[in-house]
Design a protein around this ligand. Structure first.
Ligand code: MRU
Length: 342
């Protein structure tokens, strides 16, 4: 049985992951907002390349894409599960959602090794992600007082998830509830997830956001009261330490300095309880060209070296609340995380 695109959900005009007649179709996030182009993935290798090259990105979205990548592989060759799983698992290192989704698919495959059962599980992962986002959005919005000003980082919306978004989902819902006086979003260098993707989603939704340079956050908070900094996560360890897009840690330090509260929004699939603390999280480093070039043009002297870690770890002590679909973890500690997650 194959599913139509309507088998998978969206709560906005943005449908970045589509599953249609056995083909995984991904909105190419590398060319947004200038172009709307889709890429079809018909093998696990093509899906892994799309994840690695950031056609699809954002922790929950790459988990969903990887689950469908297994389905396309097994539909073509039932003996290819292990090889497909290995190539997909190696596509990006930091977001645990990728491994969480692959592990869930492996459990299903061990019990019922059919392409149909795998497909049903991938669709379930997709559907559940949207449902979890809607739940987190309601829980997160409850923490926000009317008239609040918020700042978000990276892209955590429908493009990064199965729909609605994690941090941006909270902002969408709080905006719909009339609680937000102002939304700011960082440009998120060097890949510009904020300038290209979050700005695009805000505009599609009619939410009047304001873009800031990453380096403008401290100045913004010194001249205007920001009530909440709201971000997503790629991996949260047992003590609440949170890996997210590079620059998140700096925002948490600045937020604490200026008295803004700091909210992390992530589904249970983003937690890695096998790691006691964030110093064990593998941090992806990408090509220096992301810093030394812009759209193929050099912006630094030829031969200049660069260090390009694309995630950082925010210590739990700088986080006021982690919003998960299972509940809100206030002032995260190992005990507080366990109380909600176990
Ligand atoms: O490198 P990216 O674009 O995949 O990084 C994305 C982020 O860091 C997001 O903030 C995170 O995945 C949460 S998305 C709901």
């Amino acid at each position: 049985m194959t599913s139509k695109a309507s088998a998978v959900p969206s709560t906005s005009a943005v449908q970045a992951i589509q599953w249609q007649d056995g083909v995984l179709r991904l909105l190419d996030q590398r060319v947004l907002p200038l172009e709307t182009r889709f890429i079809d993935c018909t093998t696990a290798e093509a899906t892994a390349a799309a994840i690695h090259d950031m056609v699809v990105r954002g922790a929950p979205a790459i988990g969903i894409a990887a689950a469908f990548g297994l389905v396309v592989a097994v539909r073509a060759n039932a003996a290819s599960f292990d090889a497909a799983e290995a190539v997909l698992a190696a596509s990006r290192p930091t977001a645990i959602n990728l491994h969480w989704a692959l592990q869930r698919m492996r459990g299903v495959w061990a019990r019922t090794p059919t392409a149909e059962r795998l497909e049903a599980e991938a669709i379930a992962i997709f559907n559940e992600d949207l449902a979890q986002n809607l739940r987190m959005a309601a829980l997160g919005a409850d923490l926000i007082a009317p008239g609040s000003r918020v700042l978000t980082h990276c892209n955590t919306g429908a493009l990064a998830t199965g729909g609605h978004g994690t941090a941006l989902g909270v902002i969408r819902t709080a905006w719909a509830q009339g609680k937000l006086a102002q939304v700011y979003n960082t440009e998120t260098r060097p890949w510009l997830q904020g300038a290209r993707l979050t700005a695009w989603e805000l505009m599609q939704e009619g939410i009047p956001g304001k873009l800031i340079a990453d380096g403008a956050a401290a100045h913004l908070m010194s001249v205007e009261k920001i009530d909440w900094v709201i971000v997503g996560a790629d991996r949260i360890t047992a003590n609440g330490d949170t890996a997210n897009k590079i620059g998140t840690h700096a925002l948490a330090v600045i937020a604490r300095h200026f008295g803004a509260k700091f909210m992390v929004v992530a589904p249970s699939g983003t937690f890695d309880l096998s790691l006691a603390s964030g110093d064990r999280i593998p941090i992806e480093e990408r090509t220096a060209k992301e810093l030394t070039e812009f759209r193929g043009q050099s912006v630094a002297p030829l031969g200049m070296q660069a260090f390009n870690p694309v995630f950082d770890v925010t210590p739990a002590a700088l986080i006021d609340a982690i919003v998960c679909e299972r509940g809100v973890i206030v002032q995260p500690t190992t005990a507080a995380v366990a109380a909600v997650l176990r």
